[in-house]
Design a protein around this ligand. Structure first.
Ligand SMILES: [Fe+2]
Length: 199
């Protein structure tokens, strides 16, 4: 169900470079998200976002932390405020003077739900990672050896099996990849490598 945000500008440019201290971001996550599996999802997306920023985008430390924090908090209000998902966490982070690029990234992680188009590379990558990361984790959970020995081909095959993790919207994944110049194979491989050890 769409939760249109009704705006495309978030935060205040004077807050550029401001992030929550890591401990505060984790505290917010723990307070707002009782569901351990959902918390793990956000930690996994955070780890993948940070690693991608450093390895693929040559990001400096502050930029890598922006990618990481957007990943860590993108679904922070989903459990407590399902009818206002995205709006509540963005307003909270605006009150805490968080960097506008982080806010825009969170706001654009599901364009068909929130009505905000991904603009920056950070926006486009969170959109590409989000569903796929959850999908790969669902695939790991049904394997006796979890991530150990998991290959890209088996994930591609499951994506073509509509009954597997049926709640994962394949259309969103296709749309996300139409906006970036990276192959699905490469991104699946990257996600497996960087989220497998997140606990
Ligand atoms: Fe998510």
């Amino acid at each position: 169900m769409p939760h249109l945000l009704g705006r495309s500008s978030f935060g205040d440019p004077k807050d550029s470079g401001n992030l929550l201290p890591e401990a505060e971001a984790l505290q917010l996550l723990n307070e707002w998200v009782p569901n351990e599996r959902l918390r793990l999802h956000m930690k996994q997306v955070a780890a993948v976002m940070k690693a991608w920023a450093i390895e693929k985008e040559g990001a400096d430390e502050i930029t890598a932390r922006k990618w990481e924090q957007a990943g860590l908090l993108h679904d922070a209000d989903w459990e407590r405020f399902p009818d206002d998902h995205c709006r509540v966490i963005i307003e909270e982070l605006e009150r805490k003077n968080v960097d506008p690029e982080v806010l825009h990234c969170i706001a654009s992680h599901g364009p068909s739900y929130f009505g905000v188009e991904p603009v920056s590379k950070m926006d486009k990558m969170i959109y590409a990672f989000d569903e796929l990361s959850g999908f790969i984790h669902a695939a790991a959970l049904i394997r006796p050896t979890r991530y150990e020995g998991m290959d890209v081909k088996s994930i591609q095959k499951k994506l073509k099996t509509p009954s597997f993790a049926a709640q994962v919207n394949r259309g969103d994944i296709t749309d996300a990849f139409s906006r970036i110049d990276h192959s699905l194979d490469d991104v699946i491989d990257f996600i497996i490598a960087h989220q497998k050890d997140v606990a």
